[in-house]
Design a binder for this molecule. Structure first.
Ligand code: APR
Length: 311
């Protein structure tokens, strides 16, 4: 008899709660919602248990303050950490969130050694690097959710400009999940038509600038936290690609093995195939010289943070 998937959500805040809801709505498996705040994950879990009959979600959800409850999870999605406040860069968060992610990584290593780990906590590329170092898991099993979201933001604003369905826009945003991210125009199309044939450079540039700052734009509007619906949805797409061996081609923060001329070991948003073995492959696409240069610059920015992590 096939066993049910178990999805551990580490951090039960805004993104963690939304992830739990989406796991239920999409019938992905049973959910464990872990947080250090007493009672809060249990409260969210109870609320979602009451939602299940309304939508016919066949899932069990357990809220907990005991990390041992993640035992046997197939996937861990990590959102534990502080979100950005207005005026804070993602990198301002580095030391606080590094300490939190280190503790969580030790818990995952002990209790869910076979899991795929998807990190969302910012600064995302550095926190994913930290997760892999502390767990010692194979690099193919530790990746960060950023490229899917950054790409979705690019697609959303391109579709708005072109007045077409988001489904008709295919895009790639690579590099670090920060201001140096690289929207890859040469692989961005509307049903195969290159985007720079459809939108003039003077219109395309402000869209790309907006995408780079989209996270900050949301933070400035929310005032009390950072984006949560779209980061959660993006991670769910990754979870589904892994659990159902969909082999989606998507952008994710993964460990470089020298692809694109990057230093080995750095974590950065690159195109991958995500399937039942985790990162099945890092796909090397033919970037323009300017895009390659922008990717190298973005990698340098991520590398500059790594010494602060103490791993
Ligand atoms: N173990 C588990 N959970 C923890 C720990 C820990 N050691 N430390 C903090 N947390 C929990 C907090 O109690 C909180 O409930 O992490 C949760 C984070 O939730 P929110 O503050 O609502 O933040 P959220 O919007 O979900 O963002 C989480 O993702 O996008 C990034 O920048 C964002 O780093 C932030 C993270």
């Amino acid at each position: 008899m096939a066993s049910r998937n178990k999805i551990a959500l580490i951090g039960a805040g805004q993104i963690g709660g939304t992830l739990a809801l989406l796991c239920g709505l999409r019938n992905l498996g049973d959910v464990v919602l872990f947080d250090i705040v007493q009672d809060m994950p249990q409260g969210k879990a109870l609320d979602l248990t009451h939602l299940a009959p309304v939508f016919g979600c066949d899932f069990s959800i357990k809220g907990t303050n005991n990390i041992a409850d993640i035992a046997g999870a197939n996937v861990c999605v990590v959102t534990s950490g502080l979100p950005r406040k207005p005026g804070m860069s993602r990198d301002d968060l580095v030391k606080t969130n590094a300490a939190i992610v280190k503790t969580v990584a030790e818990g995952i290593k002990q209790h869910a050694p076979g899991a795929l780990v998807i990190v969302i906590t910012n600064p995302l590329d550095a926190m994913t690097y930290m997760m892999q170092k502390v767990t010692g898991f194979p690099a193919r099993m530790v990746l960060g959710m950023a490229g899917v979201l950054d790409t979705a933001r690019y697609q959303a604003h391109l579709a708005e400009e072109l007045k077409v369905s988001v489904k008709s826009v295919s895009a790639f945003v690579l590099g670090g999940h920060g201001d140096s991210m690289v929207p890859v125009r040469s692989f961005t199309t509307c049903n195969g038509v290159p985007v720079d044939k459809l939108i003039a450079p003077e219109k395309l540039e402000p869209i790309e600038k907006r995408v780079r700052n989209s996270g900050g734009e949301v933070v400035a509007l929310l005032k009390t936290g950072s984006a949560f619906y779209s980061p959660a949805a993006s991670a769910i797409q990754m979870v589904e690609s892994y659990l159902f061996d969909q082999r989606r081609v998507l952008a994710a923060a993964v460990q470089s093995n020298g692809e694109y001329g990057l230093n080995k070991g750095v974590y950065l948003g690159l195109p991958i195939i995500l399937g039942k073995n985790g990162v099945e492959k890092i796909v090397e696409i033919d970037l323009s010289a300017a895009e390659k240069e922008a990717l190298a610059k973005s990698a340098k920015e991520v590398e500059a943070i790594l010494p602060l992590l103490g791993v």
